[in-house]
Design a protein around this ligand. Structure first.
Ligand SMILES: [Zn+2]
Length: 339
């Protein structure tokens, strides 16, 4: 029995050593260790063994099985290692292949329009300043001559943090911050985000951008305002642009005006773009109200100035002929890439 086991084991080990492929090893496993395998058949013939010898023979069978199994494992591991090495060799990376290009971002139409506006005003000697988006009621309304309970407040219903603090509804609040610094003269523009509780549609958004402008110096007159804004509009929309000042009312300027420019599509003839008007409304402006100067500690008898406010989105929409403001906020790269 012992010899028989030994010869089975030797035969198995020899076959394993001699095998050249993985499939062959599986066949050997089945042939020797399987249900109908040679080693199994020895166990089946155990009844022919004398009862006292059975434990000894059982142990020998187990030893033979373990020897065959460990040899099989060893051979399988060797095969797998070889296979992996061949794979690595065949899959060498070609470092000279061009890499996948990362997608580059693109400047937003708002940003392009803002940079254009900044370029024009910096060219005229203006400074670009910023102010807080979370603002005191005082800076957003009170100091701009819009007292509590004034109906003008209703037009700019915004988001309150508490009764005293809110998300600014206009960049005009930055005017007050600049005037309070007490450094004169002032020539500044203040671009930034503002908030109003408006429903989203093609021309409204609860969050949009304005560019505020403020000039304060001695002997500033409405002629300075007109000259500056006419120059700005011509730079922005083209040399032939005509500018029209319509009387208007703002709480913090007196007199106040709204500014229209001739439609840059039809040159003032009237077209679909300007709704047949020939003119497009572009900004609001006026001479700083003496009360506003006074509240910020500037003597209105010595100093005067003008202020204006432009909607940044309005400029972007006009300049790039975009007909729906919502497109500016969706950040669809297919849309943004066009500008
Ligand atoms: Zn037109």
């Amino acid at each position: 029995m012992k010899e028989k086991l030994k010869s089975i084991m030797d035969e198995a080990l020899q076959q394993i050593s001699g095998s050249e492929e993985l499939e062959k090893l599986n066949e050997i496993r089945v042939a020797f260790l399987g249900k109908k395998g040679e080693l199994t058949s020895v166990l089946k013939s155990m009844k022919e063994v004398a009862p006292e010898d059975r434990p000894k023979v059982g142990q020998l069978v187990n030893e033979a099985r373990e020897a065959i199994e460990s040899k099989l494992e060893e051979k399988i591991t060797a095969f797998e290692k070889k296979k992996r090495e061949e794979q690595i060799k065949s899959e060498t990376i070609d470092v000279t292949l061009p890499a996948k290009k990362p997608m580059m971002g693109h400047r937003h139409p708002n940003t392009i329009a803002l940079e254009e506006v900044e370029r024009i005003f910096i060219g005229m000697g203006y400074e670009v300043v910023e102010g807080p988006e979370v603002e005191y009621d005082y800076y957003n309304f009170e100091a701009l001559n819009i007292p509590a309970n004034h109906p003008a407040k209703d037009e700019q219903d915004t988001f309150y943090i508490n009764s005293n603090i809110l998300l600014r509804s206009q960049t005009s609040s930055v005017q007050v911050h600049e005037m309070e610094k007490g450094k004169l003269p002032i020539r500044m523009i203040a671009p930034g985000r503002v908030y109003r509780s408006d429903e989203v549609d093609a021309t409204h958004s609860p969050s949009f951008h304005q560019i505020e402008g403020l000039v304060i110096d001695k002997n500033i007159t409405f002629a300075d305002l007109k000259g500056t804004l006419e120059e700005f509009c011509r730079e922005l929309f083209g040399k032939d642009t005509k500018v029209k000042f319509r009387p208007h009312h703002f709480q913090f300027t007196e007199p106040s005006a709204e500014v229209d420019v001739t439609c840059f599509k039809c040159g003032g003839e009237g077209c679909r773009f300007c709704k047949g008007e020939g003119w497009i409304e572009i900004l609001g402006c006026g001479m700083v109200h003496p009360r506003v100067l006074e509240m910020s500690g500037i003597d209105p008898n010595e100093y005067s100035g003008f202020a204006f406010g432009v909607g940044l989105e309005r400029i972007a929409l006009l300049k790039y002929e975009i007909d729906d403001m919502r497109l500016l906020y969706e950040n669809d790269t297919r849309f943004l890439k066009q500008f």
